[in-house]
Design a protein around this ligand. Structure first.
Ligand code: ABU
Length: 507
C-alpha cells in the first residue's frame, strides 16, 4: 500500500487514489514481464523493426486535449516496449552499454519513486552522503588517496561528454582563473591536445566553451589506436611556436571504437614538462580499474589531474551514470576546490550560508546544472549488492569473453581483426563474405568490403536476431565493433555472434 502521506501528496480523491494505485501496479507488472524478463531471453527478438512511417502507424504518438483511459495507456506502454530496442537482450552488443542489472534497475526505480534532485543536503540528505561515499571510493580506486589523505573532489555528470567539458573548464580555470568572470577577453589563444581516436566530445566541448574546435590538436595514433606520445610532444612544440598557449592534454583510457589505452605515464611526463593539465577520459575503460588483472591498462591514471569515468559503461550500471573526478587543485577561500572555484555562483535562494547544518554538504554549486537526478542510487545499490569483489568478477568475465571471441574470429575463415590484440572488450573486425574471399588484390575490393557491414546490419535489424554496430575509421573501410559489457553472456553467445554474421552474410 502507498502510505497515506504519499497519496495525499500525489493524488486527490479516494477513488482516484485507488485507481492510480491499481494503474501503477499493473504498469509495473507489465514492464517487469515485457521489458525486463521476456527480453532478456535469447529466444526473443532484440528488436521488432519498423520503418518510421510504419512505426508511426503502430503507436498513437499524438498528444491531445483529452487524456486516455488506463486501459489505453497500458496498451500504449506495451507497444512502446514492443517496438523499442531491447538493450538488456544478450544479443545487443551494439553500444558501450547493454544488459539490465537487477540491483541497478531497482536502484533506478527507487530514484524515480523518490523523484529527488541533488543540490542541497536539505532536499537530498541520503543521496548527498551516498554520492560522497561512492565518489570517494572511486577516487581510492583511482589511486588518489594515499596515507589516508584525499584532496580530490568529484561529481556526477549528465554523460561522459559533459564530464570531458568539466575537465576543459577546470583546466582552463586552473591556468587562467580570470576566465570565470572575464571570459576569453584578454587571454592568449589557448590550445589543447587529444588523440585522433579520442571521443568527439573534446572538440564539441571546446566549441561550447568558446575555445573553438580548431584549438583542439588531434595527435596521431599508432596501429593499436594509442596516442603517439612523440607526436604529442611535437604538436605541443608546434603550437607554442605558432604563439598558442597549450593548457591541457586529454588522454583516453579505452577509445570509443578500438578500445585502446593511451600511454598514460608518457603523457603524464609530457604534461609535467610543459605544465599542462592532464585529463584522462576513462569513460569506457575506467571499469577495468576494479580488476587486479586488468587495472594495469590504466597505469599512470594516478598522476592525472582529472578523470572521466562512466559506471554505466564497462561496469554496466543503468543509464545514465557518469562521473568526473579532480585529484586536487586550487580553489579560493569562498569556493574551496577547483570544481567550486570554477563553477560556483553562490545563489542565495538555494545555498544559504546560515543554515543549521554543515553547508559544505550543499554540493550543487560546483555543478553547472541546477536540478540534478540522483544517478548515484542505482550504482550504489549495485555496489552494495555485489561488493567490489562482485564488480571485479564482472570485469574479469567480460574481458575473458572478449578474449574468447577474439580467438575464435582470429582462426575463422572470413574474419579479419582490425587490431590483432584488442586491449578492451570492444573487438573490431571485418567479415569477408564468400564472394569476396581471395579477391583482396582486385580493383574495387575495398569499396565492396565497405558495403558488407551495412548490408549485414540491415539484414540483422530486419531479422531482429542481434545488434552490432559498424563504422569506418580514418581510411579503413566499414568494420564491425562488437562490445562485450554484459557479464551474463557465455561462450555460446560468442559463438552465436559468429555464426549469425556468417548466416546473414553468406553471399
Ligand atoms: N560515449 C558514447 C559511446 C557510444 C557508443 O559508441 O556506444
Amino acid at each position: 500500500r502507498l502510505t497515506s502521506l504519499q497519496e495525499r501528496a500525489t493524488f486527490t480523491t479516494q477513488p482516484e487514489k485507488a485507481r492510480h494505485e491499481r494503474f501503477i501496479r499493473e504498469s509495473i507488472d507489465l514492464l517487469l514481464k515485457e521489458a525486463v524478463f521476456e527480453c532478456s531471453n535469447e529466444n526473443s527478438k532484440v528488436l521488432e523493426w519498423r520503418s518510421p512511417n510504419d512505426l508511426a502507424k503502430e503507436i498513437d504518438l499524438k498528444v491531445a486535449a483529452e487524456g486516455e483511459t488506463h486501459d489505453k495507456l497500458l496498451q500504449l506502454l506495451s507497444k512502446v516496449v514492443r517496438f523499442s530496442v531491447k538493450t538488456g537482450h544478450p544479443h545487443f552488443v551494439n553500444q558501450l552499454f547493454s544488459s539490465l542489472d537487477p540491483y541497478g534497475l531497482v536502484g533506478q526505480w527507487a530514484t524515480d519513486a523518490l523523484n529527488g534532485s541533488v543540490y542541497t543536503y536539505e532536499v537530498a540528505p541520503v543521496f548527498t552522503l551516498m554520492e560522497e561515499e561512492v565518489l570517494q571510493s572511486m577516487r581510492e580506486i583511482l589511486g588518489w588517496c594515499t596515507d589516508g589523505k584525499d584532496e580530490g573532489d568529484s561529481i556526477f555528470c549528465p554523460g561522459g561528454s559533459m564530464a570531458n567539458g568539466y575537465a576543459i573548464s577546470c583546466a582552463r580555470y586552473n591556468a587562467f582563473p580570470q576566465v570565470k568572470t572575464q571570459g576569453l577577453h584578454g587571454l592568449p589563444r589557448l590550445s589543447l591536445f587529444t588523440s585522433e581516436d579520442a571521443h568527439y566530445s573534446v572538440c564539441k566541448m571546446a566549441s561550447l566553451l568558446g575555445l573553438g574546435s580548431d584549438s583542439v590538436h588531434l595527435v596521431k595514433c599508432n596501429s593499436k589506436g594509442q596516442m603517439d606520445a612523440n607526436h604529442l610532444e611535437d604538436s605541443i612544440q608546434a603550437s607554442l611556436n605558432s604563439g598558442e598557449m597549450p593548457f591541457m592534454v586529454s588522454a583516453t583510457a579505452g577509445t570509443t571504437v578500438i578500445g585502446a589505452f593511451d600511454p598514460l605515464p608518457r603523457i603524464a611526463d609530457i604534461c609535467d614538462k610543459y605544465k599542462l593539465w592532464f585529463h584522462v577520459d576513462a569513460a569506457w575503460g575506467g571499469g577495468a580499474l576494479i580488476s587486479k588483472k586488468h587495472r594495469h591498462l590504466l597505469s599512470g591514471i594516478e598522476r592525472a589531474d582529472s578523470v572521466t569515468w562512466n559506471p554505466h559503461k564497462l561496469l554496466s550500471a543503468p543509464q545514465q551514470c557518469s562521473t568526473f573526478h579532480v585529484r586536487k587543485g586550487k580553489g579560493t577561500k569562498e569556493a574551496p576546490g577547483i570544481l567550486s572555484a570554477t563553477h560556483s555562483t553562490s545563489a542565495t535562494y538555494l545555498f544559504q550560508k546560515d543554515k543549521f547544518y554543515d553547508t559544505n554538504l550543499d554540493t550543487g554549486d560546483k555543478h553547472v546544472q541546477c536540478g540534478r537526478r540522483p544517478d548515484v542510487m542505482k550504482f550504489w545499490f549495485m555496489w552494495k549488492a555485489k561488493g567490489t569483489n562482485g564488480l571485479e568478477k564482472h570485469i574479469d568475465t567480460v574481458f575473458e569473453n572478449a578474449a574468447y571471441f577474439t580467438e575464435q574470429i582470429r582462426k575463422r575463415e572470413g574474419f579479419k581483426l582490425v587490431v590483432e590484440e584488442p586491449e578492451c572488450t570492444n573487438v573490431c573486425f571485418w567479415y569477408i563474405p564468400p564472394s569476396l574471399r581471395g579477391k583482396e588484390d582486385t580493383d574495387g575490393y575495398t569499396e565492396k568490403l565497405h558495403k558488407v557491414a551495412p548490408k549485414i546490419k540491415e539484414r540483422m535489424m530486419r531479422n531482429g536476431t542481434m545488434m552490432i554496430t559498424y563504422q569506418p575509421q580514418g581510411t579503413l573501410p566499414n568494420f564491425f565493433r562488437l562490445v562485450i559489457q554484459n557479464s551474463s553472456l557465455t561462450h555460446v553467445d560468442m559463438d552465436f555472434f559468429i555464426t549469425e554474421i556468417e548466416r546473414l552474410g553468406k553471399d
